[in-house]
Write a protein that binds this ligand. Sequence first.
Ligand code: SAH
Length: 367
Amino acid sequence: MTELTKLDLLEWLRESRPARLQSLYERANAVRKEHVGDAVHLRGLIEVSSHCVRQCMYCGLRHANRDLPRYRMTREEILNCALQAERLGYGTVVMQGGEDDLLTAKWVEEIVWWIKRETRLAVTLSLGERSRDEFELWRLAGADRYLLRFETSDENLFRVIHPHRYSGTPGRLSLLRQLKSLGYEAGGGVMVGIPGQSFESLAQDILTFRALNLDMIGIGPYIAHAATPLGSGALRPAISPSEQAPASEEMVYKMIALTRIVCPDANIPSTTALATINKVDGRKLGLKVGANVVMPNLTPSKYRRLYEIYPAKACIDESATDCNQCLRGQIHSLGRFAGHGPGGRGMLETPVGIMPDAGANLVQLQA
Ligand code: SAH
């Protein structure tokens, strides 16, 4: 089953019979349990800056969106979020932001260095396309992981939706290889249902995850943002309707499940975008079909609404403590447990003080 061919993947991506899909989800869940266990890792997300020099055709942070007031967190605010992450028992903080030139190499380096010195947190960066020298500097300061989704493996579509900043910059696939060679755990991923994105390219995306041997793979639905060319319909990449992949919940579940089967030991989040298109139980369903990570938001509430990559984001008004409790409740209701360590790839965890085989009893023991 791990030897799924591109044709097999395509067939699954076009599958709609509920019983067949149920069998796919169960298989993916079994692979998840066997390879990464029942721990669900909590990665505290700090949205450090909404300034962005890029013009990505789908993203609300694009430079041309003048209606969005911008912010940049101070160093002290970021450090406080990291301390809060540790108090809440998270193993990792993720510093994410737009491509903001005022997040200088040195500024980021110092913050990474401080977090690594003062806490036991793993540090993940997600600051877009930066130079090899910067990646190296931050790695030397102690950064553990870097998230850089490649969004689609269809090169034409990629080019249409990502106007280059400079010509000749390395593509995101090369940057992911570079990050791995510097010793980062590297995270890629895609949006599902981008206008112009075919079923076939989604099958290719999954093969690309495997070819890159990614440590982390983020998959979420594309969500239209009216202040962007793709979201307003001003830009409509040509594609026949029968080829266009839908930006549906089911399509995302299929992508997560197939990715888990093809990349059994990767860390795969149940994303906020998925929780946004099904606010009731999107996050839980993602965890049931192969995901093993969630990303509670730690961004101070005064900035939350301004990090508007897409509209109506889930959990936008919840405090960090509410988010934490809600997610832990969801994790326990699935018979799983919250990871307590950094949760890197290949680090299997068991519930504290309980033998591996007794994991299923954890909820009863705690009740
Ligand atoms: N500047 C960083 C972080 C971008 S935001 C970078 O370029 O990597 C993180 C992710 O949000 C993006 O990689 C993209 O996959 C997702 N995203 C952005 N706009 C979106 C939209 N309209 N719908 C769904 N996901 C979106």
